[in-house]
Structure formats: structure tokens, C-alpha cells
Design a protein around this ligand. Structure first.
Ligand code: HEM
Ligand code: HEM
Length: 223
């Protein structure tokens, strides 16, 4: 039967991260640098939230429920190849490792982006920032492929479960509530951050990005 597995904060976090990462990636050019910084900082804030929620969240959101050793990811992949897929109500062992790496790369890329603007001005920081951003994009591709394969072998639309929170399982395995209030607070914080940035109320965040883009353009014109 269908049971509630993903609480609202986890689902809101996921789709806000998808949007913010995509938006940061698309705007990573000089002409869009202010938007790029705003969406990049959103990724950083979302990852920080997820780290807290990994301890304070409901059963399947807590890291303890998907703290698999790397070898377990291989056993799981082996079970797919053998066509006897292990079923997991929460994250499967392979997906768990993609999740940890995506969170780490989001934090690292965001931090390196911040250092590109506010740091010592070393060129290699910008270059490393670009590299980790692209590694993250590649991992997102693998993650989505994993979701498609997992959906097919388990005959269950996993993407939809990340939207409505429901998966196949036994009644006693479900979580009791979706903690919607925390999800609503997260959505309100992100919306507030975006609208403050849009109104120009956060010059400490947006001005360094505008300045960097202007200087960068200027340098190119004189190359
Ligand atoms: C920028 C792109 C994406 C990023 C960075 C990303 C990141 C993540 C993260 C961090 C989680 C862990 C959720 C949690 O417990 O907090 C997750 C899970 C999940 N994501 Fe994504 N995701 C992306 C795109 C997508 C897309 C496009 C889909 C749908 C096709 C998708 C479907 C899922 C599903 C179904 C899960 C749960 C996996 C499971 O059952 O274990 N993701 N993703
Ligand atoms: C985690 C989200 C982020 C992703 C995925 C990302 C991705 C990228 C990518 C791919 C580039 C290279 C663009 C190119 O030259 O082709 C880039 C450049 C840059 N990013 Fe980010 N970034 C993120 C967050 C940030 C943040 C938080 C900041 C600063 C507040 C930032 C500041 C910059 C700067 C200054 C550049 C260099 C632009 C130039 O060429 O002068 N990024 N970013």
C-alpha cells in the first residue's frame, strides 16, 4: 500500500535545490552574475538546512536511516544486475551515496564561488569553482539516470514520490506527519531571500557580483 515516506521539508528542499542549482548553472556568465550569486547562495543555504534536517527530520530524512558503507552501494547495484532488486522504503544504498556527494559538491561549489568574489583573488579558485560546478552537473545526470532505472526495476514512479511524499510499503513503516510547518518556513525563507535580493535590499551580496562581472568584462575588452 501507499505510505507517507518523505516529509514536506525534504520535498521542498529537493525541488528548491533542483531549481536553484539549475538557475545558478544557467546564469554562470558575466551578464547574469548577480542572479548567479543569489541562486548560488540559495544552494548553500539549502544544503545547510538539509544538514540540520538530517538530524532533526522524520525517519527517512535522517542520515542515520541511510548511513550505508560504500560496499553496500555495490551490493545494491549487484542486486539490480541479478534482477533481484533489494527494496528500500527510504533511500537505497547507491542513491544515498549520490545524495552525500551532491550535498558535498553543492557546499563546495557554493563556497568556492563565494571565495571567487570575496577571497584573495586567486585565479585557480575561480577555475576550481567552475570544475566542481561541472562535476556536480555530471553527478546530477547520474542521479537522474539512477531515479529512472530505480523507477523501472521497482515499477514505482520515484520522481512522483519526491513530489507527493508517498511510496509503496507496509503501513507500520510510514511516517506519521509531513511536518508541513517546517516546509512552509523553508519556502518562506527562500522566497523572502529572493525578493529581498530582487528589490536590491542585499547590496552586500549583490554588489560584489556586479563589480566582479564589470571588471571581468573590462579585462576581456583589453585582451
Ligand atoms: C539539480 C538537480 C538535482 C539535484 C541537485 C538533486 C539532489 C537530490 C538530493 C540531495 C536528494 C536527497 C533528498 C533528501 O533526502 O534530502 C535527492 C533525492 C531524489 N531525487 Fe533528486 N536531485 C536533482 C534532480 C532530480 C530530478 C530531475 C528528479 C526527478 C526525475 C529527482 C528525483 C529524486 C528522487 C526520486 C529522489 C529520492 C531518491 C530515493 O528514492 O532514494 N532529482 N535528489
Ligand atoms: C552551487 C551553486 C553554483 C554553481 C553550480 C556555480 C557554477 C558556476 C560555473 C559553471 C561557472 C563558470 C562559468 C563559465 O565561466 O563558463 C561559475 C562562475 C562563477 N561563479 Fe559560480 N556557481 C555556483 C555558486 C556561486 C556563488 C555562491 C558565487 C558567489 C557568490 C559564485 C560566483 C561565481 C563567479 C564570480 C564566477 C566567475 C565568473 C567569471 O568568469 O568571471 N558562484 N559558477
Amino acid at each position: 500500500m501507499k505510505i507517507l515516506v518523505w516529509d514536506l521539508p525534504t520535498r521542498a528542499f529537493h525541488w528548491l535545490l533542483v531549481f536553484s542549482f539549475a538557475a545558478a548553472y544557467i546564469t554562470s556568465e558575466d551578464d547574469w552574475m548577480v542572479l548567479h550569486a543569489v541562486f548560488g547562495y540559495t544552494v548553500l543555504g539549502l544544503v545547510a538546512f538539509r544538514l540540520l534536517w538530517g538530524f532533526a527530520g522524520t525517519r527517512y530524512a535522517r542520515f542515520a536511516s541511510f548511513a550505508y558503507r560504500p560496499a553496500r552501494a555495490l551490493t545494491y547495484l549487484g542486486s539490480l544486475v541479478a534482477r533481484q532488486p533489494e527494496h528500500h522504503v527510504g533511500h537505497n544504498p547507491a542513491g544515498s551515496w549520490a545524495i552525500y556527494l551532491l550535498l558535498a559538491l553543492g557546499a563546495l561549489t557554493g563556497a568556492l564561488g563565494w571565495l571567487s568574489l570575496e577571497g584573495p583573488g586567486w585565479k585557480w579558485i575561480e577555475e576550481l569553482h567552475q570544475i566542481t560546478g561541472n562535476v556536480m552537473l555530471a553527478l546530477v545526470g547520474l542521479h537522474i539516470a539512477g531515479v529512472v532505472v530505480g523507477s523501472l526495476v521497482h515499477r514505482e514512479n520515484l520522481a512522483r514520490s519526491m513530489v507527493d511524499g508517498y511510496k509503496e510499503g507496509a503501513p507500520e513503516e510510514g511516517i506519521r506527519g509531513s511536518v508541513w510547518i517546517v516546509g512552509a518556513v523553508l519556502l518562506a525563507l527562500v522566497a523572502g531571500f529572493w525578493s529581498a535580493a530582487w528589490r536590491g535590499d542585499l547590496p552586500a551580496l549583490t554588489e560584489p557580483a556586479a563589480k566582479h562581472a564589470a571588471e571581468h568584462k573590462h579585462r576581456h575588452e583589453h585582451d
